[in-house]
Design a protein around this ligand. Structure first.
Ligand SMILES: [Zn+2]
Length: 209
């Protein structure tokens, strides 16, 4: 499941934005990708754009959501025209035509990757996995940052996917033991005894919930 631009500036969005910057309100910005712009390179994109067309840079956060489930803020730069109008000139992975943007002028781009800010609105395995994967991916981005770009080797991505597979099965086991996921009577017991659930922890788990 992918996050996307919020449809509206709802309560979840406003609360999340307040946690990031109390002195600004988010607003929508049109995305008009400049042909020479690259993914994930908003700062150099805007710098190049200013050299050609004037204007200035505005730093802040792109706000993404999975409605009612998850919020994410991505450190981002957009372009400000001479007359003060805002435009996002960097392409979006899912082709979004607009972004929700929160100004953060105090924050400076220090020439290295900045982690996204992630917030779970519900506690599900899926959302836990999105957050853990995001943090792990950021570790790799930082590790392989060469001063302008992050080139993460494919063996590292393979390791990350293996890690996520293990993470997911551990989380499923945890939720089964906590009684949050239903277990079939004839399934193997999540306690790793090797016995069927009905002959092992079924009475314990059921009693606890
Ligand atoms: Zn058991």
């Amino acid at each position: 499941m992918n996050h996307t631009t919020p449809n509206s500036i709802n309560e979840d969005v406003l609360e999340f934005c307040k946690e990031i910057n109390t002195s600004e309100e988010p607003f929508f910005v049109e995305v008009v990708p400049y042909e020479k712009s690259e993914f994930q390179e908003c700062f150099s994109n805007v710098e190049d754009y200013i050299k050609k067309f004037g204007g200035k840079m505005q730093i802040g956060w792109t706000i993404w959501e999975i409605p009612k489930k998850f919020m994410e803020a991505e450190f981002h730069a957009i372009w400000v025209r001479e007359d003060g109008a805002y435009m996002d000139i960097s392409p979006k992975p899912d082709g979004e035509k607009k972004i929700l943007f929160l100004k953060d002028s105090e924050n400076k781009f220090k020439g290295k990757p900045v982690n996204n800010i992630r917030k779970a609105l519900v506690d599900t395995i899926e959302i836990r996995a999105i957050i853990v994967r995001g943090d792990k991916f950021f570790e790799l981005q930082s590790k392989y940052f060469d001063g302008s770009k992050s080139k993460i080797p494919s063996f590292e991505m393979k390791k990350l996917e293996d890690f996520m597979e293990e993470f997911l099965s551990a989380e499923i086991k945890k939720d089964k033991l906590a009684g949050k996921i239903k277990i079939g009577r004839n399934e193997l017991c999540p306690c790793d005894s090797g016995k069927k659930y009905k002959k092992c922890c079924m009475s314990l788990i059921k009693r606890n919930n």
